[in-house]
Design a protein around this ligand. Sequence first.
Ligand code: HEC
Length: 185
Amino acid sequence: MSLHSRRHPRQRPAHVARQGVRTMTVTPLHALVTGLGLTLASACALAEELPDASVEIEDAIEYRQDALGVMAWQIGPLGAMAQGKRDFDAELFLEKARRLAAVAPLPWEGFVKGSLQGDDHGVETDALADIADDYEDFDQRYHTLIEETAKLAEMADGGDQDALFKQVATVGNTCKGCHDNFRAE
Ligand code: HEC
């Protein structure tokens, strides 16, 4: 089952490029991956308020819930391996970690003004109104998730198993921390 590694042997730049940063110049592997994390995480200043909706509110809600579901799907096997519920499989781990890092930046654009609980849009959502009240914290939390998943994907390329499992826990805690604060029970 070395299909995956044969297809992308040491080509993370290409892999990253497929995720939509084609204009980035190709730099050495680690610099690129670390740079990507940094660009996403720290180069954009934290926003203080929810972005305005440029689409229908119900579409934004549906989009973010779908994207969160995709994220959960990708982290599933990683969590199972980290918890010993599934045998460690380095190839699968790497693939899932890369996919998780690829989707981690996606759900957040679906959190827009007028799309939270109590906003009178008539759509079922667990997104608490606190997201608008403390958007900087929400923003910080999802940037941390983007960073930590990028780190996991980088580590997964040959990384030590225990360290990988710890990093899965760090990512999982980032999910949980935000849910505890901003998602309805
Ligand atoms: C920055 C905050 C934040 C982070 C980080 C976060 N979530 Fe969530 N998540 C939410 C909010 C808010 C909702 C409720 C969205 C809604 O109902 O509109 C949610 C909902 C979900 C849902 C339900 C989607 C649905 O179909 O209604 C899943 C699954 C989920 N999150 C998984 C994850 C996983 C897995 C992670 C980490 C890899 C994660 N989330 C990280 C805030 C976050």
